[in-house]
Design a protein around this ligand. Structure first.
Ligand code: SF4
Length: 331
């Protein structure tokens, strides 16, 4: 599935950047209207739920303000701010907390300044650093218009550092033919099919993502799978055993695995219920533990006994069916 935005919004300050010119040229050929703006994004709807759905079908290009990179545990040392937001419509999306109803896809055109900031951090660090390019976004859907990932991958190919990003898109053609030197790990976020069907909208299907992972592995990229969010609700054992079998069947034994269990904040729950009033997401507080998060807001996570059993069962199945894969973390 290729993302074609309904409108391209370009911040006036971004117009002088070649990356913006490229996106405008490509999207104009597809008859996508281009709207220049300064200040607030002119989405033109008073109802914020309608504005949310409209904005998800838009692409915004802007200039990133120079702010220090945030940390990004456990997946990396720092967030690499290439973009924010995403055109996907996953009901559980973590962006409902970080960005509220403004989670449209915004790509920063001043990439070279961001990479210079990253280079300064690398120089100051005694250890090779890891940078996460998808901490607050899915940057891949806009890649064919912006080229931001391609230039970042090439940059890291010449560095003593690591770049990684995660996606639910299978639009991987723009990632072929780039010199990556094995320094970029492309991860696909996956889940048991029953949860993809219920809660993920506007994203590639599971088999498409697994097939895209296989093709990129063939291209020499280090590849990973982020199983998230893991729902520990009735029947989870069968659902995730089936997923692990599908990963094996797709020829992906040996990829790195990360597991993140489902969690929600009070703010996200409120936004999710406004945008998806009929959602079946499990967001009751029973069976959950309240934990203060890295960025200051509290979240409801599964209680320790549920987590511990899930960790034992899933890691046991991974060891049995995917013996060459390494699990980086289960949180
Ligand atoms: Fe959010 Fe990721 Fe889904 Fe995009 S693909 S809506 S970032 S959970």
């Amino acid at each position: 599935m290729v993302f074609v935005p309904r409108v391209l919004y370009v911040q006036k300050a971004a117009l002088s950047y070649p990356r913006a010119a490229r996106a405008i040229r490509i999207l104009k050929k597809k008859d996508v209207p281009v709207v220049e703006f300064s200040g607030r994004l002119p989405l033109g709807h008073t109802d914020d739920v309608q504005r949310f759905f409209l904005s998800k079908r838009s692409l915004v290009l802007s200039v990133r303000k120079p702010t220090p990179f945030a940390t990004c545990r456990p997946s990396a040392d720092y967030q690499l701010p290439l973009a924010s937001g995403c055109p996907g419509l996953c009901e559980y999306c973590y962006l409902h907390t970080a960005l509220g109803l403004r989670s449209y896809l915004r790509v920063y055109v001043n990439l070279e300044e961001t990479l210079s900031d990253a280079a300064r951090l690398m120089e100051a660090s005694p250890e090779p650093l890891r940078f996460e390019g998808a901490a607050t976004s899915d940057p891949l859907p806009a890649e064919r218009y912006t080229g931001v990932l391609a230039d970042t991958i090439s940059f890291f190919a010449g560095c003593q550092a690591w770049f990684r990003f995660v996606t639910k898109s299978a639009d991987i053609e723009p990632l072929f033919g780039i010199r990556h030197a094995g320094r970029t790990t492309v991860r696909f976020s996956v889940n048991a099919e029953r949860y993809i069907g219920s809660f993920e909208h506007g994203t590639a299907g599971l088999l498409e993502r697994l097939s895209a992972a296989h093709r990129l592995r063939h291209e020499g990229y280090p590849v990973g799978l982020l199983v998230a969010p893991v729902f520990l609700e009735s029947g989870w054992e069968d659902a995730y055993l089936q997923l692990i079998r599908q990963i094996k069947k797709a020829g992906l034994d040996g990829v790195e695995l990360e597991f993140v269990t489902h969690r929600f904040t009070a703010r996200a729950r409120e936004n999710i219920r406004r945008v998806f009033p009929h959602t079946n997401l499990p967001m009751q507080e029973e069976g959950r533990r309240y934990r203060r998060g890295q960025f200051g807001y509290g979240k409801y996570v599964y209680d320790e006994s549920t987590m511990s059993r899930a960790r034992d069962v899933m890691l046991g199945e991974v060891a049995r069916l995917l013996p060459r894969s390494r699990v980086l973390y289960f949180v």
